[in-house]
Ligand binder design. Sequence first.
Ligand SMILES: [Fe+2]
Length: 327
Amino acid sequence: MKEGNSREALAVNGFAGPFPRFASDDTIGELREFFQDMLDHQPEHPLYKRYSVRDWHLVNEKVRELLTAPELIASLQEATGAESLILWRSKLFEKYPGDGAIDWHQEYGYFDGEEVGGHRPALFPLHPSSSWDWTLWLSLTDVSEDDGVMEFVKGSQQTVYPKRMVTLTESGAYVDPRNRVKTKEELQQRAANNSLILDIDTRRVFDGVDFDKYTLDELFDLLAQRCADLRAVVTEPFELAPGATEITPMKAGEYIIFTERCMHRSRASLPDARMRLAVNARYTLGDTWVYPQRSSSDTFDGSNLDIRDHKCVPVLGDRFHPDNAYL
Ligand SMILES: [Fe+2]
């Protein structure tokens, strides 16, 4: 991306990049291993006291260094024009071979967890009339159009698309665990440690179920029945003119910057594709109040995580909301 073009790209299209890799091959490789290991072993998150792929930048220095690197912050400043920024969330986005799409969605900037039925805004901006949050999506593997590439509807950040509530399993963000879980033991373990369905507490979903009496398929059906009353939001189908979208294939270590107001999705991965790993980081203006509900005794966010120990990381400027907790 040429100097100075990223601000125009972000303003016009809603996304900018890919930007070149700035971290060494070794660093990217090390982080790829770190996150792959997390997926394989599902450790408890030290801050959240349960398995979570969120906010490892608050725990692991290498992850934090990557997401606060001067090159990356310079790109953010250039693209957004912001004078102060805080890193408030990061998340691993993994796509196994054969995983379906995370379907079309947009997020106007409150991050209330509506994609899994949540209603708790994570951000209170000082000036709601303008943009206050941007996402950076950095690939830890090469990403082609066959293994979960990101796709954007150019300019769609100007339009609010109609949505409706559906059962969780019909929502655009739902990834069917049948593609990933191959044994009953694994299913039981993943339900128990909350690594089965992203952002959903499944610790009690098999309460009273005798695993010996059912096949794996029957247990998945039981899971679907027990999740049937969970609701989530889905974007209504919409027409796309030819050329309206753009995909962003990239090499490991490259990244894009976008506003989640821009309609976007990650495409499905082919059954014989590579594992795709990407880390996503969210930056908001320094004067944004992060997790305002934490000032009450209610410390759960819209994605069912207890954020009482969450902290923001200042990355640019010197004017920051006084009520946030900082690292
Ligand atoms: Fe998204």
